[in-house]
Design a protein. Structure first.
Length: 113
């Protein structure tokens, strides 16, 4: 059974950066369309960014210009580069395959001084 595994979360100060990674466990898994979501404490899960076939990327307004989604098809990896992090970015971050509905287990990002 294919799994998605996020990593790269942690504690960072405001203004800092992190890069999250999402690894698919199967070499043949299709990652042409992938997304990142997050769930802040006490709130609903929200969409953050998506990458589609052809490399088209889309971002939620609150991360546009600060976050970058990318993928490495050969390595079956999806990334979320996050810069200028703010306390409101504190959340558990999840990767998702919108075509299959598969979710990872999430990785915690905490932005605090």
């Amino acid at each position: 059974q294919v799994q998605l595994a996020e990593s790269g979360g942690g504690l960072v100060q405001p203004g800092g950066s992190l890069r999250l990674s999402c690894a698919a466990s199967a070499s043949g898994y299709d990652i042409s369309a992938m997304a990142w979501y997050r769930q802040p404490p006490g709130r609903e899960r929200e969409w953050v960014a998506a990458i589609q076939g052809g490399g088209i990327t889309k971002y939620a307004d609150h991360v546009k210009g600060r976050f970058t989604i990318s993928r490495n098809n050969a390595r079956k990896m999806v990334y979320l580069q996050m810069t200028n992090l703010q306390p409101d970015d504190t959340a558990v971050y999840y990767c998702n395959n919108p075509r299959t509905g598969l979710w990872g287990q999430g990785t915690q990002v905490t932005v605090s001084s």
